[in-house]
Each structure stands twice: as structure tokens, then as C-alpha cells.
Design a protein around this ligand. Structure first.
Ligand SMILES: [Zn+2]
Ligand SMILES: [Zn+2]
Length: 85
């Protein structure tokens, strides 16, 4: 029985739909905290196994963006590219 949650891979579809909700995949914020407006588009490179090596692009609010880029060791992987949306 796998205990690791499956991470949805199909983020590109959400980006194309113009759905600007924070897509933070490993959030440290409490669930009842509302995320701010999306300000960053971050491409993250996972060396694996999360669930396998690869890159993910996420739209992130500013606190989440900083969480990712300032604590890459905790989240696994490292930023590949980012820009403001
Ligand atoms: Zn977050
Ligand atoms: Zn967020």
C-alpha cells in the first residue's frame, strides 16, 4: 500500500486555462490560510524520486515562491527558472 500521495502532473492545462490559483505542491502554510494572488511562475527540477525525476512548473503566490527558493533542501530539488507573471 503506497503511503505517498500522487502529485498531479498535469499543471500545464491549468496554466493554459488562465486559472491563477497558487499551485504550491508542498505547502507549509496551514490549510485554512488563503494564498495571495499568483505572482510567480516557477519551474522546479526534481532529481527524484518525487515520484520520478523531472521538472514541474507551478504558479505560486509570493510567500510560497519564497518558501520554495529559500528552502530547496527541505522541498527536494532546486529551481530551474522563474519569472513574474
Ligand atoms: Zn505554499
Ligand atoms: Zn501559495
Amino acid at each position: 500500500m503506497p503511503s505517498v500521495e500522487t502529485i498531479p502532473i498535469n499543471l500545464a492545462k491549468l496554466v493554459n486555462a488562465g486559472d491563477l490559483e497558487c499551485e504550491c505542491m508542498a505547502c507549509h502554510l496551514p490549510l485554512d490560510v488563503r494564498h495571495g494572488p499568483v505572482e510567480w511562475r516557477l519551474t522546479w527540477r526534481f532529481p527524484g524520486p518525487y515520484p520520478e525525476p523531472g521538472v514541474e512548473t507551478m504558479l505560486l503566490c509570493d510567500p510560497c515562491y519564497r518558501d520554495w527558493v529559500e528552502h530547496p533542501d527541505e522541498l527536494g530539488g532546486f529551481p530551474s527558472s522563474s519569472h513574474r507573471v
